[in-house]
Design a protein around this ligand. Structure first.
Ligand SMILES: Cc1cc2nc3c(=O)[nH]c(=O)nc-3n(C[C@H](O)[C@H](O)[C@H](O)COP(=O)(O)OP(=O)(O)OC[C@H]3O[C@@H](n4cnc5c(N)ncnc54)[C@H](O)[C@@H]3O)c2cc1C
Length: 286
């Protein structure tokens, strides 16, 4: 097995495109190394992207935040502007593993691992985040929800690397939130999770909304019907009841020892109500 630590994205893409055997990108390694240790994959080439300076930064343009693919999740929480604009995205990233894991792991690794229970993905999907992808044929930008296509599988073509995640700057009166259910308080994987992102008008009425559910289907669900219930409301009790009903109904979860289908559906509705209320309160404070 070869291990290479390129210093430019172009070199990383070139190495990946020219690799003859199995090649893998290593960001934080908190999924990749576990899978290698478990004997699930045995790459011939590992391309470590942590030494590519441009991928290790969060930058701001007039209209968006650009989060490099090698930025550790812990750093997201240290960025005041990002934390203020997208508290739900940051709370998803900061639920991953432990402090030690967060010092290494990335939201792009979380996305590309393509687990339906990935903690940072529902809030990114609710936020309308985009992934900038670089490959042998050039660059393209797609919605984050287009990256995972099935558990453990992505839509990335051979030789493609995600360079960054783009998050829009927020209009006033906007808020988001993420919560998951786990039997333990830490170091556990979501049994089900929910994220809501919304923007209010000057009267406190929801103008725009996006609702996403995690661990509720093979990939994160963007529930448009749920967003439509929030739009035009002040997130009152009857709106929340209808939101819960639609979210529970949208779930297609697995049935296992960590949660039955019935339990996951019910909790998806409960979490959707809670995060909608938190997002609404956050939006009202801005
Ligand atoms: C103890 C422990 C606890 C954990 N707890 C949680 C948890 O609570 N919630 C949760 O969601 N996850 C959890 N995880 C899983 C893991 O930490 C996360 O999924 C993490 O975000 C992965 O990021 P990474 O940078 O370490 O990815 P890596 O392991 O480096 O990569 C993961 C996958 O993505 C690919 N990849 C990485 N970067 C790119 C890129 N730029 N372009 C293309 N492909 C890329 C890799 O090739 C690999 O297939 C836990 C893991 C451990 C070990």
């Amino acid at each position: 097995m070869r291990y290479i630590r390129p210093s430019s994205l172009e070199d990383a893409v070139g190495l990946l495109a020219e690799a003859s055997g199995k090649a893998a990108i290593l960001a934080g390694g908190s999924d990749l190394l576990v899978r290698m240790k478990g004997g699930f994959i045995e790459p011939d080439l590992i391309i470590d992207i942590k030494a590519i300076d441009a991928l290790g930064r969060i930058t701001e343009s007039d209209d968006c935040f650009v989060i490099g693919a090698a930025v550790p999740c812990a750093v997201l929480g240290e960025n005041t502007a990002l934390r203020h604009a997208w508290p739900g995205v940051v709370e998803g990233a900061k639920l991953i593993g432990s402090k030690q894991v967060q010092g290494r792991c990335t939201i792009v690794g979380n996305l590309c691992n393509a687990s339906p229970a990935a903690d940072s993905v529902p809030a990114l999907v609710a936020a309308g985040a985009k992934a900038v992808i670089k490959g042998p044929a050039g660059s393209r930008t797609i919605a984050v929800e287009m990256v995972p296509v099935a558990p453990g599988k992505t839509s990335l073509a051979p030789g493609e690397i995600i360079e960054a995640i783009l998050l829009d700057k927020r209009p006033p009166h906007s808020g988001d939130a993420y919560q998951r259910f786990t039997p333990r308080t830490e170091m556990d994987i979501a049994v089900v999770s929910a994220a809501v992102n919304l923007t209010l008008d000057d009267q406190g009425v929801v103008e725009k909304a996006r609702v996403a559910l995690g661990a509720a289907a093979p990939t994160v669900l963007l529930v448009e019907e749920a967003a439509n219930i929030l739009i035009g409301s002040r997130v009152d009790d009857s709106t929340l009841e209808r939101l819960a009903e639609v979210c529970s109904g949208a779930c297609r979860p697995i049935d296992d020892k960590r949660g039955t289908v019935e339990f996951r559906k019910k909790v998806a509705g409960v979490l959707a109500k809670r995060v909608a209320l938190t997002a609404y309160q956050r939006a009202g404070q801005k």
